[in-house]
Design a protein around this ligand. Sequence first.
Ligand code: ADP
Length: 384
Amino acid sequence: MNYTSEFWTSVLLAFVTGSVATGLIVWSSVRAKEAQKKAQVIPDGITGALHALATAGLVLDVDNKIVRATRSAFALGLVRDQVLVHPKLVSLVDKARKAKKSSKARAKDFALASELGDATIWVNSRAVHLGEGYVLLLVEDRTESHNLEETSRDFVANISHELKTPIGAMSLLSEAIQSAADDPKQVRKFAKNLETESARLTQLVQDIIQLSRVQSAEVAGTAAEIDLATVVAEAVDRNRVLANKKKIQLKIATTDGIRVFGDQELLTTAVKNLLENAISYSDTESPVSIRLRKKSGVAEIAIKDKGAGISPEDLDRIFERFYRVDQSRSRATGGTGLGLSLVKNIAQKHLGEVQVKSKVGAGSTFTIRIPLATAPIDATGSKK
Ligand code: ADP
């Protein structure tokens, strides 16, 4: 090899090395720019902020592809294969992107049908353009509060309907009394009916007031320690007249010292209602029993009758407000259809439950189950 060829080889090598180095520098600066651009369009804080949100949050790019999404967005079933499942949400996102003032959020309430089954979720959605075609979509699940509103609307409608019946009857009866003023026998008959309707109205109003009190009552945490034997004794006392009228013997088996945290009056109402039903839906002279006992950390009050019993279809519905199996029988016994709903609410407020076993023609057993009050633990950790 002579000097000339050595010279040219070095020049070539220097050129190749220089080109590769320059290429690398250019390539890395392009990548850095791209990365910078990306960082600019989805601001750093967005991801962190999304995870801090209680609502579902998503960021969509200019092609409506989801580039960021919180776990709750998946849990709500909003995302499949990096796209939004619901066309209504897509259209809200598109509108936000096209908005002239990019910072102005678009908000809308939607009922979104689930992909499977017939469930619907009720959401409040907000979309805002972040710039460069990126849109932030926030979706708040309001299904629970929507259902609650619907239930209370139904309740108000039901109350109005239930109140209209005795009020209408009272108004007709008072007219009838006036027309029959010259016939004392008829007047006495109508006056008696008026008294019955008035008693029904009083009972209905009392049950409605009690139910709304129970629903807003804060029992757990603020409750006193209650001996359930006194609750049972009081509930039995309140049913003595009714039981005697039907010659029904009440068999009582209780043990002292079974204590729960609770509200004495509410618990008495619950047991009284169950006892009243057991007597009302039993034939004359059919026995009714009440047993109070402890079972694996739980206090149980079981009320057993050998009365009409309840069919399996009705068993699923008897705890609903205003539900009565037999309208005419319930009217005859003066029932409002709220008794069991009250019992269920009271049991739940005491962190407990109510169970029922029943067979048509053989009778029913309703059992209230409430956790026993545990002994307080003092600062040294020993039980008092
Ligand atoms: P009501 O005021 O009509 O008694 P409840 O809410 O107390 O309303 O009870 C709902 C329905 O459940 C009643 O109409 C009745 O048909 C049925 N039911 C409740 N307790 C008994 C029972 N011990 N035996 C048979 N049926 C019962």
